[in-house]
Design a protein around this ligand. Structure first.
Ligand SMILES: [Zn+2]
Length: 238
């Protein structure tokens, strides 16, 4: 077995051989540098280098950004998804949480991560599905009164999806739904750490800036705006 302590030296091939039980038995939490290394090795993290000749990111919200995290590029590797989910569960335990009846994520990348967290907590799982106008729809199960729901997202930029999921669940129930006082997120890239009374517990924070196009310094310098997922090769040069 490769020593988890050597994560910073691992290429993708070595990372894919890591097992979550080995990582946890060897030590406690991965360091921010190690998590960042995992994201970079999986080609999931792009940061603008400051050169205005290089394009920058146009987000779904219409805002501009000097970086982008495509979390699904990491989560597609099931062992890495398990390792990161396990780390999130330990963060939850550290905060005194962990007894939940449901773990709920969102369509699309939030579904695999929330499923894996649910498996670690032995909880029930499903995810909301995309509806019109950025809504999230809950339609396959009824959550019983009193059951505790933990929300899990792979990426929190504006808390918009967390709110949309909660709203979708509420709309599908005639009774109030009980949410855990925590929500878990894998990648946190916002100054916000709380929403609707739940603390957002992140595994890693990336300091990536976001601006309205009128206030964007990169637009002002003539850098082009591109949609990151569709132009990943152009942005990353890989
Ligand atoms: Zn811009």
């Amino acid at each position: 077995m490769s020593k988890p302590s050597m994560i910073l030296d691992m290429d993708l091939r070595a990372l894919r051989r890591l097992k979550w039980k080995d990582v946890w038995s060897e030590r406690e939490f991965l360091s921010p540098e190690e998590i960042r290394h995992i994201f970079q090795t999986c080609d999931a993290l792009w940061l603008h280098n400051g050169d205005p000749r290089v394009p920058h990111a146009e987000l779904t919200s219409g805002k501009c950004s000097n970086g982008f995290v495509d979390v699904l590029r990491v989560l597609r590797y099931t062992n890495l998804c398990q390792i990161l989910a396990d780390q999130l569960v330990h963060r939850l335990h550290e905060q005194g949480g962990g007894i939940v009846d449901w773990v709920i994520g969102s369509d699309h990348a939030g579904a695999t991560l929330s499923y894996t967290v649910a498996a670690h907590l032995n909880a029930q799982h499903d995810f909301t599905e995309k509806g019109p106008d950025k809504t999230q729809v809950w339609k396959r199960f009824q959550i019983k009164p009193g059951e505790i729901v933990l929300q899990v997202e792979e990426l929190v930029t504006t808390t918009g999806t967390l709110k949309a999921v909660r709203q979708g669940i509420r709309l599908a129930h005639p009774h109030p739904v009980r949410f855990a006082p925590f929500s878990l997120c894998l990648v946190h890239r916002t100054p916000i750490y709380e929403f609707e009374g739940s603390s957002i517990v992140p595994l890693i924070h990336f300091d990536i800036q976001t601006w309205e196009p009128e206030q964007c310094p990169l637009c002002a310098q003539g850098s082009a705006r591109v949609r990151p997922k569709q132009n990943w090769t152009q942005l990353t040069g890989r």
